[in-house]
Design a protein around this ligand. Structure first.
Ligand SMILES: Cc1ncc(C[n+]2csc(CCOP(=O)(O)OP(=O)(O)O)c2C)c(N)n1
Ligand SMILES: [Mg+2]
Length: 382
């Protein structure tokens, strides 16, 4: 599908599943590796749809779907290896799964029963950032620490590392992100700024957010910017590998704009039909990141129906594990929301706490009252 707005992006696999050449970037991995990416993308999509359904059933307070962004996430994270360090935003479920996060553990954050401690169990990854843009500064600071620890520019490439920070198109309007760009440029920090331009920041379209293609902003800060077809897992892998190698060698930051689309709602609290057209969503459905990889692999005989059936069975197993695991998690506790927020609650917060207890007591005869109301607290806090 041609789109004049995106003529300048790097693409290696068309929406019809055809491999195409690019003058600067190529994907040299095997079809077996590509099949591995397809598997990760399909499993991540299944996890995402189960989590969305669990929120609808009242088991989670909130869920930010990753539907449509699987290639951007799987392609880029497959270019990461230790001692690289990843700073994700809140929608990076495929990335977390790739790095070894247990999906049920991840749900504790969205059920209000965990403090994202799951990220501590995974090497090379920070917990999700819910505050837009702040973690770009953390990623630059960590990258500068890597420089000082001698993890950049060594003759042995395996000894070198970099950080990758994931953020959205909307985040680029935050001061923090622009400050992170300046710091990274000034100190030649080994960081890859990976922007998933999914066209929307809740209900605000990219056209309002930026008057120029986002990747072009990098030149004003003094480092390369590249726009890649974010629904093409091969192109995303090629571009991210290039940027990471450059950073690890000590040549500084890169901004990658992965041009993609948020096919679902912003979160389960949002109704996208209020601000975008079905035509737009349909246009992007034609560019689905999963179907093109599957078509490519099937056309060249790298996978067959038996392979797809086995993946389907693996998805079913994952879905059952996620559903059963989620309902077995503890119920969220009101005290935790207040208790973990501040050390000294102060008069106003204590007053709010008392008001809330009184409000909740009004539902005492409803068996699900406590769970329902503490979950709505999570929603409000986001
Ligand atoms: C500092 C800050 N301001 C506002 C919000 C509320 N908020 C949550 S998500 C969001 C939009 C982010 O859009 P984008 O960066 O494009 O990421 P996407 O959700 O599309 O992945 C906003 C404004 C927030 N979490 N943090
Ligand atoms: Mg966005």
């Amino acid at each position: 599908m041609s789109d004049p707005a995106v003529d300048d992006f790097v693409q290696l696999l068309t929406p019809d599943g055809e491999r195409v050449r690019h003058p600067e970037f190529s994907f040299d991995g095997s079809d077996e590796a590509v099949a591995g990416y397809l598997r990760e993308m399909v499993l991540a999509r299944r996890f995402d749809s189960e989590a969305t359904a669990l929120q609808r059933k009242g088991e989670l307070g909130l869920w930010p779907p990753s539907l449509g962004q699987e290639a951007a996430q799987v392609g880029s994270v497959n270019a990461v290896r230790l001692p690289d360090f990843v700073f994700p935003c809140y929608r990076e479920h495929a990335i977390a799964m790739h790095l070894g996060v247990d999906p049920v553990e991840m749900l504790t954050t969205f059920r209000g029963t965990g403090m994202a401690a799951w990220a501590n169990d995974v090497e090379g990854m920070h917990s999700y950032s819910f505050v837009i843009g702040t973690h770009t500064l953390h990623a630059v600071g960590y990258a500068m620490g890597m420089q000082r620890d001698g993890l950049v520019g060594n003759a042995d490439p395996a000894a070198n590392g970099a950080t990758v920070v994931y953020f959205g198109d909307g985040a680029t309007s935050q001061g923090d992100v622009n400050e992170a760009f300046i710091f990274a440029a000034s100190y030649t920090a080994p960081v890859v700024f990976f922007c998933q331009n999914n066209q929307w920041a809740i209900s605000e379209p990219i056209a309002l957010q930026s008057k120029i293609p986002l990747y072009r902003r990098a030149s004003g800060f003094g480092f390369p910017g590249i726009r890649v077809d974010g629904n093409d897992v091969l192109a995303v892998h090629a571009v991210t590998s290039w940027a990471l190698e450059r950073a690890r060698r000590g040549e500084g930051p890169t901004l990658i704009e992965a041009y993609t689309y948020r096919m679902g709602a912003h979160t389960t609290s949002d109704d996208p039909t209020k601000y975008r057209s079905n035509d737009e969503t349909e246009k992007w459905r034609q560019r689905d990141p999963i179907s093109r990889v599957q078509t490519y692999l099937q056309n060249n005989g790298a996978i067959d129906q038996a392979w797809l059936d086995a993946l389907d069975a693996e998805c079913e197993e994952l879905a059952i594990r996620v559903r059963e695991g989620c309902v077995r998690l503890p119920e969220p506790k009101l005290d935790d929301f207040f208790g973990y927020a501040v050390i000294d609650p102060g008069e106003v917060l204590l007053e709010q706490y008392d008001d809330y207890l009184e409000y909740e007591a009004g539902f005492a005869d409803h068996p699900d009252a406590a769970a329902e109301h503490t979950q709505s607290q999570v929603q409000e806090a986001f």
